[in-house]
Design a protein around this ligand. Structure first.
Ligand code: KIV
Length: 271
């Protein structure tokens, strides 16, 4: 008799239930098949195919250059790897700001061509019409407030957002609006922990924080950062769980010296 292990897939409804019972949501980014296989098998709840791919995969300084086609390529590679996690994909800069029709067309392309389960979109009231239109098509939407990296040239820096009263008030209004429209969750990036707590307490949908403190309903990190693949990027909010840059560097240097010393391949490693 074969024992078939059923894997219960994470859905937006399950995330909602997790918030209700106070169970934290763990989310990480992934951009390719091999990494997503490991992240999913480890038991992550949500995989974000973030436009941070523009930085960590393509080496751009900002998230602005990545295209919709490139996001779809990354997302489809991730979707082929996963058995359990919910896969959320960023709508990249320039794919939704024009008008809500364009936003819907971009979201549909992501869902159709990658097989992902939801999209994420940066902004509040300004993009309400787009969020609404995407939701009307049955596509789950995750919001993103606080530090929104696609607006880096408006902000001028990557420092903490909404420290001032007026910006904090707008953020709360935006969060409530996104919930009212039907978003299933909201990422809160780099805002004071007290503000993130206020928003998380007011909302019935889960908040996912990055640099937003311990009161969010879940946390997200960029996988390259938490695995220590990026040497030198150590913001205060980042907990680094491994130093893979060093591990890989040692392995590669070992390989180089074995090849140079004619130690690899040995007789046992040839045909
Ligand atoms: O693109 C990304 O990785 C993100 C996270 C930082 C939330 O949006």
């Amino acid at each position: 008799m074969s024992v078939h292990k059923e894997v219960k897939r994470i859905t937006t409804h399950i995330l909602q239930e997790m918030k209700q019972r106070g169970e934290k949501i763990a989310m990480l980014t992934a951009y390719d098949y091999s990494m997503a296989t490991i992240v999913d098998a480890a038991g992550i709840d949500v995989i974000l195919v973030g436009d941070s791919a523009s930085n960590v995969m393509a080496g751009h300084e900002t998230t602005l250059p990545i295209t919709l086609d490139q996001m779809i390529y990354h997302a489809s590679s991730v979707v082929r790897a996963i058995k359990r996690a919910l896969v959320v994909v960023d709508l990249p800069f320039g794919s939704y700001q024009g008008n809500s029709k364009e936003a819907l067309a971009s979201a549909i392309r992501i869902m159709k061509e990658s097989g992902a389960h939801a999209v994420k979109i940066e902004g509040g009231l300004e993009i309400a019409e787009s969020v609404s239109r995407i939701l009307t098509a049955g596509i789950p939407v995750m919001g993103h407030l606080g530090l929104t990296p696609q607006s880096i040239y408006k902000f001028g820096t990557y420092t903490v957002r909404a420290k001032e009263e007026a910006e904090a008030r707008k953020l709360v209004e935006d969060a409530l609006k996104l919930q009212e429209l039907g978003c299933f969750s909201i990422v809160l990036e780099k805002i004071p922990a007290t503000l993130a707590k206020k928003v998380s307490d007011q909302l019935t949908i889960p908040t996912i924080g990055i640099g937003a403190g311990q009161h969010c309903d879940g946390q997200v990190l960029v996988i390259h950062d938490m695995l220590g693949l990026n040497k030198g990027f150590r913001p205060r909010f980042l907990r680094q769980y491994a130093s893979l840059y060093d591990v890989m560097n040692d392995a590669i240097q070992g390989y180089i010296s074995d090849v140079k010393a004619k130690d690899f391949p040995s007789e046992k490693e040839q045909y």
